[in-house]
Design a protein around this ligand. Structure first.
Ligand code: HEC
Length: 134
């Protein structure tokens, strides 16, 4: 078979395999579930450094507390850091969708002793280069 046909066959297989790659595999699915809620995003992407109680840690590095953190009141600041990273914090604009960034920021602003009621909008996160969708 020619190279061209070979890749054609691969493409066809990818199309046929698509249902197996649906967002939410049942038990035994090979793809990890996509984090959707703010809490899921936090558990999946943030708590390793900022800790389950969001109180941060000092040890091999210095991970600031997000609990009772008045800087979260400034949406633009928090959205900027999540999109672009800072110091020892990785950037997430290539990892999280806009929905995920919005969800995790809104979650942090309303949990762990933070009480900033206004939800974080798509515009807030888009301003710093967060990707539109996954
Ligand atoms: C690899 C470790 C790591 C991960 C993962 C991580 N962070 Fe951070 N984060 C840091 C460090 C270190 C800083 C401090 C950066 C600095 O000021 O130099 C920080 C700072 C922040 C700040 C600013 C806090 C302040 O008081 O200025 C916010 C907000 C934040 N992180 C949110 C998040 C969110 C939301 C996630 C998950 C999407 C996340 N971080 C994932 C390490 C991490």
């Amino acid at each position: 078979m020619t190279t061209h046909r070979f890749f054609g066959a691969l493409a066809l297989m990818a199309v046929l395999a698509t249902p197996a790659l649906a967002d939410e595999p049942g038990p035994g699915g090979s793809k990890p579930p996509v984090a959707k809620t703010g809490e899921e995003v936090y558990r999946t992407y943030c708590q390793a450094c900022h800790m389950a109680d969001a109180k941060g840690a000092v040890g091999a590095g210095r991970f600031p507390a997000l609990a009772n953190n008045e800087r979260l009141g400034t949406t633009a600041y928090a959205a900027y850091i999540v999109a672009n990273g800072k110091g020892g914090m990785p950037w997430f604009k290539d990892t999280l969708s806009k929905d995920q960034a919005q969800a995790v920021l809104t979650y942090l602003r309303t949990h762990f002793g933070n009480a900033y009621k206004e939800p974080v909008t798509a515009e807030d996160v888009a301003a710093f280069g967060q990707k539109p969708m996954r």
